[in-house]
Design a protein around this ligand. Structure first.
Ligand SMILES: Nc1ncnc2c1ncn2[C@@H]1O[C@H](COP(=O)(O)OP(=O)(O)O)[C@@H](O)[C@H]1O
Ligand SMILES: Cc1ncsc1CCOP(=O)(O)O
Ligand SMILES: [Mg+2]
Length: 265
């Protein structure tokens, strides 16, 4: 097995650490992502202004950068936050939401990728397009299967020296050497906005608590997969699923993660 720290132990460590996570995320995601982190056992802070983002990133356990709702002032705040995190030796996670949506956004994605993220978390269409591939997607929703993006993810991980997580019905995580697939979750997950953005923030929480960013990423994705399975059982649609999902994150005990299928790829 590729993992040194299994998802159950990773969850216990993350909760014991209760890491402060500096999340630069979009207006759509701020509320649900903060609630996801609190329910899972981390401590979120959603702030982005360049006047303070560098100082704050240095005192947080990890930084996450998601550019879903972008403006020039935010871009400045992102770069200052990355400066602060890197100077303090803290990991940072990049979520390039719909980076192919406009030439301006694509250029900013290239600039941020050049800043050496510790972890890249994206859906299959975003990963495919980062590798120069064709995608059917135009906005934040994926239009491609994870399997179609696995080879690109391996190449990107090696080129960037980062962990790359491609999410969808079956998630794929690689650092260029190790690779796993994670099954679970629910088809209701892509029907709730900002689930991926929330997951990116949670990956940051795990990266703050664990030394190995690969194990951290797999741990966070395994928690989402298991919580998605459980929450879907009592949900009648996307809205009740969202509520049940946050309740499940709060109630879930580490030993429940033994049921998640994490297989070498
Ligand atoms: N069809 C599906 N079945 C099960 N889980 C899914 C499905 N689609 C997405 N997920 C899960 O939803 C979460 C968000 O992933 P995804 O929808 O790919 O991100 P994004 O919201 O950025 O497009 C991940 O935990 C992923 O595993
Ligand atoms: C709908 C939307 N529009 C801009 S950002 C955003 C949220 C995207 O969230 P996710 O990538 O998690 O689906
Ligand atoms: Mg997304």
């Amino acid at each position: 097995m590729t993992l040194t720290t299994q998802p159950a132990d990773a969850l216990a460590q993350m909760r014991e650490t209760a890491p402060l996570v500096h999340c630069i995320t979009n207006y759509v995601a701020m509320n649900i992502a903060a609630n996801v982190l609190l329910a899972a056992g981390a401590s979120p802070a959603m702030l982005h202004t360049p006047e303070e983002s560098g100082d704050f990133a240095a005192i947080a356990g990890a930084l996450t950068v998601n550019f879903g709702t972008l403006s020039p002032n935010w871009v400045d705040g992102m770069h200052k936050a990355i400066d602060g995190a890197q100077a303090a030796g803290k990991p940072w996670v990049f979520d390039p939401v719909a980076h192919y949506a406009s030439p301006w956004r694509a250029g900013i994605a290239r600039d941020l990728l050049a800043r050496q993220p510790t972890i890249l978390r994206a859906n299959a269409s975003e990963v495919l397009a980062l590798g120069g591939g064709e995608t059917a997607a135009k906005g934040p929703d994926a239009g491609d299967e994870v399997a179609a993006a696995e080879a690109t993810a391996r190449t990107l991980a090696t080129e960037l020296g980062a962990v790359v997580a491609v999410t969808g019905a079956t998630d794929f995580v690689t650092d260029g050497t190790r690779a796993v697939r994670i099954d679970g979750g629910s088809p209701l997950m892509p029907l709730v906005t900002a689930m991926g953005c929330s997951l990116t923030c949670l990956v940051g929480a795990y990266a703050a608590a664990l030394d190995d960013p690969f194990d951290a990423t797999v741990g966070a994705l395994a928690l989402f997969a298991r919580a998605g399975d459980i929450a879907a059982q009592g949900a009648s649609g996307p809205a009740s699923f969202q509520t049940a999902f946050i309740d499940t994150l709060h109630a879930l005990r580490p030993d429940a993660l033994a049921a998640v299928a994490v297989t070498d790829a």
